[in-house]
Ligand binder design. Structure first.
Ligand SMILES: [Zn+2]
Ligand SMILES: [Zn+2]
Length: 257
């Protein structure tokens, strides 16, 4: 089975045909999907989806674009939700996506760091892994994570270089790859995949964004995560069933699903 470890099925792009999207995912062998919260609306949306669909899971978090709303009150709310969820089947499997975005976010670095740390604290208290969004901020992110020893983390949509990825792996972190790995210009991503220990990688779509090369320009969806697996298979020279089992194991262990 394949697991799409990072999808945004709560986004309006999926409103018209979510059932078909789900059918196509299942036909493609995608048997688990983790939907990611990034603002208040999607954080309640992901919970609705995982309550409705047995094979979907949720991550709660506020994206660096949304830092203003991150305060103690919201953290208590997330904490209560996750505590209650633990008793009812444990569908909340991570805190994320959270992090620092120095490329696009409008808020100051200080403000982003404040919101990031609060959410890392939450993850620590809940003993949940974190899904990291880092853009032009990787060094600061890793520095901050130093203070949260023992916290499991994944750099989602990894597009950095091999040397930085090595630092992530050395500190016990995971790297997760999207359709970007299939883009002609993304040789650095393929180099990272080549260098990656096989137990430190996961696959994701980040849909509706970043459709793989074969579907470029279209809306991305969980079924297309198979394209990322195919790319990794090519780079690593593994047969698909071996890779599939390994990726499944990596994701299930990381998220505890
Ligand atoms: Zn992201
Ligand atoms: Zn995302």
């Amino acid at each position: 089975m394949f697991i799409d470890t990072h999808a945004h099925l709560t986004f309006p792009e999926f409103e018209p045909d979510l059932e078909q999207v789900i059918d196509r995912a299942k036909k493609a062998g995608v048997e688990k999907i983790i939907n990611i919260g990034c603002d208040l609306k999607s954080c309640s949306g992901v919970l609705e989806l995982s309550a409705k669909y047995g094979f979907m899971y949720s991550a709660l978090g506020m994206h660096p674009y949304e830092t203003k709303l991150v305060d103690e009150t919201l953290m208590s709310k997330f904490f209560e939700q996750a505590q209650a969820d633990k008793k009812q089947g444990k569908k909340i499997v991570a805190i994320g996506e959270i992090g620092l975005d120095y490329f696009k976010a409008q808020t100051s670095h200080e403000e982003q760091v404040r919101a990031f740390k609060l959410q890392l604290e939450l993850a620590k208290n809940l003993d949940l892994p974190v899904i990291i969004h880092a853009r032009d901020s990787e060094i600061d992110v890793l520095q901050i994570l130093q203070d949260f020893k023992g916290l499991r983390f994944v750099f989602h949509c990894y597009t950095g270089n091999v040397d930085f990825a090595k630092q992530i792996w050395e500190r016990g972190g995971m790297t997760s790859f999207t359709g970007i790995s299939t883009y002609p210009k993304a040789q650095n991503v393929r180099d990272t995949i080549f260098a990656a220990p096989i137990d430190r990688i996961m696959i994701e779509t980040d849909c509706p964004f970043l459709a793989p090369q074969a579907f470029r320009g279209q809306r991305n969806e969980p079924a297309f995560v198979v394209e990322v697996a195919k790319e990794i298979q090519k780079i690593k020279g593994l047969d698909m069933s071996t890779l599939e089992v390994q990726l499944q194991k990596n994701s299930e262990e990381f998220f505890g699903i």
